[in-house]
Design a binder for this molecule. Sequence first.
Ligand SMILES: Cc1cc2nc3c(=O)[nH]c(=O)nc-3n(C[C@H](O)[C@H](O)[C@H](O)COP(=O)(O)OP(=O)(O)OC[C@H]3O[C@@H](n4cnc5c(N)ncnc54)[C@H](O)[C@@H]3O)c2cc1C
Length: 494
Amino acid sequence: MSETSSPSTSDDASSEPVNVIIIGAGIAGLAAAQRLLGAENKAEKINVTILEASSRAGGRIHSVPFGNGISEQGATWIHGIEGNPVYEFMQEKNIEKPTLTKSTHLSTKRHYCYTDGQTLPRNLVKKVGGLYYDALRQSGQFNQSEEEVDCSKSIGEYLEEKFDRFAEEDVLADILRYFVNVGCNYNACDTLHDLMLRDEGEYIELEGYHPIFPQGYSQVIDTFLEKLPTDCVVYNSPVKCIHWNRDDGQENTGINGPLATGAVKVECTDGRTFPSDYIIVTVSLGVLKENQRTMFNPQLPKEKQRAIERMGFGTVATISLEYETQFWTTYSKNCINLVWRDKMEYAVKKNPSQEWFRKLNTFYQSQHSPNVLVAWLSGNEARQMETLPEEEIIQKCTDILQNIFSDCSIPKPKSMLRTQWYTNPHFRGSYSYMSVGSEGADIDILAEPITANGRPVILFAGEATHRYFYSTTHGAMLSGQREADSILKNLGSQ
Ligand SMILES: Cc1cc2nc3c(=O)[nH]c(=O)nc-3n(C[C@H](O)[C@H](O)[C@H](O)COP(=O)(O)OP(=O)(O)OC[C@H]3O[C@@H](n4cnc5c(N)ncnc54)[C@H](O)[C@@H]3O)c2cc1C
């Protein structure tokens, strides 16, 4: 649809197509478009335009050529195949089946060691890991239990109390810190003090394997694009403002004067405008946090603004290192789990380290490219890493690997690729989490559409709007379908 096309506001509405603008061509936006265009028995013709800020589709699903294969810059695993719509969608399409691996951490040859190479006894790691995961499981049940627990606490505080005896023994505290670091990765948070204890049980983990896509997660995006008209996605079209109006006294100045009640119009940064009947916003919570005051005219209802502020959105990062040879197999290790020496305070400490590399917790051999090691880190340290010169990151990773293997002949990598989700203004981070001060209901408030004249006009999708599967590709996909269904229902097509 172009600037000249108009929404179906004429008297003869049945002859006018309904125009839907979707903001963002990530999996939520593409799934919404496919649902709208693929719906059978539609009461009206629906035009769908996806305005995408960047020059590619996929958003936080982004597989790029690297090494002898690809590197996943964003989503890597299907988190549980049972009842997973992403998995089912790809099964239907009969593409190369994802490789089934039981865990997300890939390797049977795990090696837990200090950064000076000293191996940690497996039984000790198992014991601390067992206690840590038991404590987390227990915390996940607090919101349904009768037990008297102060649930306004953070998970960090809860773990600190639970494991205060570890302060006596450095090695236990060090191992605990490893698990805490991994926990920060899973949740994309700075520290576990950011995570709300009460709502730990909100997220639902799907059962089954956690496979990867051997040819890259972007296969899912390509499959969606094949199903959509070629001109459906309009690239390089960052949306600056969504103009809307409703009869609740909020003033709308419009771009060229006030809008009629129920009318909505999208304005891009280059001045193009797109009038529409419905708008589905799928931009990340990070983008909403940064831009919500300027991105909506008038501003969003206060309740929604506050939910956006309260909810958590953090950063996880990977560093992919390509080598000529798999030097690590000489030591028969393909997953190195890094334990840093420190005091208990750091284990679940509130203020993250100033040293970015101390959050590195795992180097593992990529399943997509055998000569590549992938390192993970999260939070403040990940954001710090994103800003550093490449050479500094390469040097630090090389120092660490040389120390672990006590071998200063370990070379620098041939090439390096690091993620920069926080630095990128179209994301401002990786995915959402349940933060202290927030609650599950905030997700529903964010997902609530803005209505005018009794119909939804601005709808919200994206991973952060799924109450139980937030942070995942399947949560994002379902949220896009949910909002498309809501439009179809409003049109009387369902
Ligand atoms: C490092 C990392 C690892 C991950 N690992 C996994 C995993 O293993 N498994 C899993 O299930 N999930 C994982 N995720 C999460 C998963 O990738 C996301 O939840 C999901 O892809 C989000 O999809 P979305 O459509 O909601 O948002 P996005 O993919 O962010 O799509 C939103 C789109 O909006 C565009 N946009 C932003 N601003 C504007 C604007 N102003 N105008 C127009 N367009 C705009 C963006 O460019 C983007 O394309 C990971 C994410 C990251 C970053």
